[in-house]
Design a protein around this ligand. Sequence first.
Ligand SMILES: [Zn+2]
Length: 88
Amino acid sequence: MMKQQRYVCSKCGRRIKYIRTKNKKLIPVDFDPVPFWRNENEKGRIITASGTTMFCDLEGAPNTETGFGYMTHFATCPAAQRARRDAV
Ligand SMILES: [Zn+2]
């Protein structure tokens, strides 16, 4: 049986995984990939499984997506959002 390493966010307990980006940084991302539509004018960012960061839309016409990628967990972590709000 293959052993898969499991990671969970220490703040919110959600399942995450790590992707190594092109500049050798390990980034925590949401475990499940999401479809994205590449768009250089958008602020949304996604990291592909190969570690490339792309600007993109996260919504678009079905079946026209550029591919699937991962949201950084910094952007989606409910605990991190709470911390940001508290800091204001
Ligand atoms: Zn989290």
